[in-house]
Design a protein around this ligand. Structure first.
Ligand SMILES: [Zn+2]
Ligand SMILES: [Zn+2]
Length: 277
């Protein structure tokens, strides 16, 4: 049974429920490690159609304090609460990201690639529907090239949803995977992730999204296993009912490739817990 969920959001960004409510939902699912990974502030110019920038800016310090408070409260009970962040990786904003990450003592930082250039690509199916297959392929390639650059900064602990770029075009993405060079590009990105001492997230959120497939899909999962990458488990929950949602399926999916433990990170470094009992 998976007892760690490292990817949960709160009402300090665009999620519905509070730190306390998300934590209690995790307790009801038997979590012994609950990682909070709120979205990060972003520089101006990187915007979603529905933007939560100002709300996050005004409550971000509260997020930090609430998670720290919960962490201190739960430690004597043997429950590990982690202060994390899902930081947007923006390849032209490394200085901003470095400064933002240095502002707090996070237990871990997840790198979320949601932007290619200034385009938040995971917000609108219509954006993708307007593209030709060739244009989509160039975005898939850009996504993995920027993942490699992200890992090379050594600023992060975990790569989030490692094929999020398929969200609105999964059939074309699979077609791209079959083309010469595609898997090699992914191999280079995941090798950089491994060499940076990072883990790869396996996220059930993909099963709830239009692609209807766990992030990452089977071919990329197999490649990650071959490369010897540690894994983390993620619900990417934005509401209590999704905390640790369908983790039984996630456990089967990872176990079928041979993993028996999932990683998590504290200020002391990487730790792991078995999930096959
Ligand atoms: Zn994300
Ligand atoms: Zn997330």
């Amino acid at each position: 049974m998976i007892r760690v969920d490292l990817h949960t959001h709160t009402n300090h960004s665009h999620a519905r429920d509070s730190v306390r409510e998300m934590f209690e939902a995790g307790q009801a699912k038997g979590l012994v490690v609950h990682g909070f990974s709120e979205h990060s502030p972003r520089p101006l110019g990187y915007d979603y159609p529905v933007e939560y920038r100002e709300h996050l800016a005004s409550t971000f310090e509260e997020y930090i304090e609430e998670v720290r408070g919960l962490k201190a409260e739960q430690a004597p009970r043997g429950v590990t609460v982690l202060l994390g962040l899902e930081a947007d990786w923006l390849e032209d904003e490394e200085a901003y990201i470095r400064e933002m990450l240095a502002a707090h003592d996070y237990d871990y930082v997840i790198a979320g690639i949601h932007f290619l250039g200034k385009w938040g690509f995971d917000a609108s199916a219509a954006d993708w529907d307007a593209l030709s297959f060739e244009q989509k392929c160039s975005h898939y390639e850009h996504y993995y090239r920027t993942m490699k650059k992200m890992a090379e900064t050594r600023l992060f602990h975990i790569v989030a949803h490692p094929d999020l770029v398929k969200i609105f075009s999964v059939n074309d993405f699979r077609r791209w995977l079959d083309m010469p060079g595609s898997m090699e590009l992914i191999r280079e990105a995941l090798t950089a992730v491994r060499d940076a001492g990072m883990a790869m997230e396996i996220s059930i959120a993909g099963a709830r999204k239009p692609c209807r497939e766990i992030y990452p899909g089977p071919r990329i999962l197999r490649l990650a296993r071959e490369l010897g990458l540690p894994i983390t488990f993620a619900s990417d929950s934005h509401a209590t009912e999704h905390v640790a949602w369908n983790f039984e399926e996630l456990a089967r999916y990872a176990a079928a490739e041979g993993w028996t433990e999932s990683a998590y990170f504290t200020r002391e470094g990487m730790k792991s817990l078995p999930f096959l009992d």
